[in-house]
Design a protein around this ligand. Structure first.
Ligand SMILES: Cc1cc2nc3c(=O)[nH]c(=O)nc-3n(C[C@H](O)[C@H](O)[C@H](O)COP(=O)(O)O)c2cc1C
Length: 156
């Protein structure tokens, strides 16, 4: 079971969570971290998607939307780009504004549904810092540990 953690960019709160999971799982060699920025060493090419049995999309929440790069990626994704039994998940960082994490989950689920792909209901979210003092110090050690627990409990 090989997992891809796919992040829009190679910095920020979501990347912090994914880097943590990847480092903790490094011993198993079953978890790769890639990003959607062409300039990054970790850039994902579409062909690589076929290597994975599980893909976890990561994003912040921006005015109730997914990160622009992830949205573009999901828009261009085709059913045949991923293995037929590949399981898809979402992990988010956010401020905790209203139900904006749920809005973003629904947005991703609908985009994937249009491709005939199913986004698993079990999504992860934790706080991420931004705008000065807002959620300063997040994601914290407890949230990072929770992200790893969530990851480990996903069906294998
Ligand atoms: C322009 C902008 C809009 C945001 N909108 C929301 C929002 O609608 N709901 C929320 O809970 N957090 C919101 N946030 C907070 C981000 O989701 C949070 O800081 C997240 O951790 C950013 O992830 P990143 O560091 O990976 O980009 C917003 C942040 C920015 C910069």
């Amino acid at each position: 079971m090989k997992t891809l953690l796919l992040c829009p960019k190679d910095h920020g709160n979501t990347y912090t969570v994914f880097s943590y999971i990847q480092k903790q799982m490094a011993f198993s060699n079953a978890c790769d971290l890639k990003v959607l920025s062409p300039k990054s060493d970790y850039y994902l090419t579409k062909a690589e998607l076929q290597n994975y049995d599980r893909i976890i999309f990561g994003s912040g929440v921006y005015g109730g939307n997914l990160h622009k790069k992830l949205k573009e990626f999901l828009f261009s994704l085709k059913r045949e780009d991923v293995k037929c039994r590949c399981k898809l998940y979402l992990a988010l960082t956010w401020f905790g504004r209203s139900d904006s994490n749920m809005q973003v989950f629904n947005q991703a689920a609908e985009m994937l549904d249009e491709k005939g792909l199913y986004l698993q209901n079990n999504f992860f979210s934790c706080f991420g810092a931004g705008f000065g003092l807002v959620r300063l110090g997040h994601p914290n050690a407890k949230e990072l540990a929770a992200s790893l627990t969530w990851f480990k409990e996903l069906d294998s």
